[in-house]
Design a protein around this ligand. Sequence first.
Ligand code: ADP
Ligand code: MG
Length: 342
Amino acid sequence: MGLLRHFSRDIGIDLGTANTVVYVSGHGIVLQEPSVVAIDKRDKTVYAVGLEANKMIGRTPEDIEAVRPLRDGVIADFGAAEMMLRSFIKRVKKGIFNPHIAIGIPSGVTDVERRAVMEAARKAGASEVFLIDEPLAAAIGAGLPVAEATGNMIVDIGGGTTEVAVMSLQGIVKSESVRVAGNELSEAIQTYMKRVHNLAVGDRTSEEIKIKIGSAYPGDEDNTAMEVRGLHLLSGLPRTVTIKAGEIRESMEEPLSVIVEAVKRTLEKTPPELAADIIERGIVLAGGGALLKGIDTLLAHETGIVTHIAPAPLNCVVLGAGRVLEDYKNLSRVLTKLSMVS
Ligand code: ADP
Ligand code: MG
């Protein structure tokens, strides 16, 4: 970290299972797109990335493949992940000289994969690459005092995984990762629509239902109705069905209880002093799943601990990654050891 560093910009990246978010110091968030890449199979080049590639899922000709390289918090297709990361970096890097890049990655990613992610960023032009475990990045981005000797709990509900972590002094003390998060909630809605309404709906529709009328805790809005279009399984024809918010909440009960149990298990194994801090400070929710209506109330009700939603939950990880680069002197302990080996 020499003098040159002051003339270069830093880049923070949240490599999420559902969305990739990129932050450039001095600019703020410059990119937020689905973690999808479309690859031309003939010459193995990137055909499209992000939003554009997302539209192609399920709609590609034989020689093009649109994939989500990260699944369930691990890198499922490494070559594709590398291509996606490189094209996102290339897009934001214009005019940025030798950036330092900090990447938040799911804690379930293996050492081999970590090295490969770093290599991909380096090939894309980074002068230095750091990796940060997502829960720490999320906590920093949510403005929690992770550098202090006090317990903080973050629950990051993403697309593929929910990561629960208790942190103190820039380190993770206890954590749990479950492969149940936003995707599972949408899938539960799909299953329910099929079983009860004989209606087949796609991924986009089930996600739209979840975002529009989905909730995690009973409330006044349980009677809110929504019209849903899908394929009627008995007649084989398109049909519109009216559903209620209450039935959608009930359809998500099982995956929601998996998330609640992960939080409870983490609390149970938390050392008493830190548990006392968490009771005082409350639990903080991050990730897109934190936006599900009533999820804070559900967790507060189930754990007896006040639960807050982080400001801008979808951006906590990337803002945390950016903060670490900007305040490297005070926060470098959060960077994984592996990343220091380089
Ligand atoms: P990841 O970190 O895995 O990329 P994100 O933190 O970007 O995931 O969150 C993506 C998940 O958040 C998706 O499952 C999406 O459906 C969900 N999500 C986004 N907005 C909302 C909302 N308003 N209500 C409920 N779920 C939401
Ligand atoms: Mg995430």
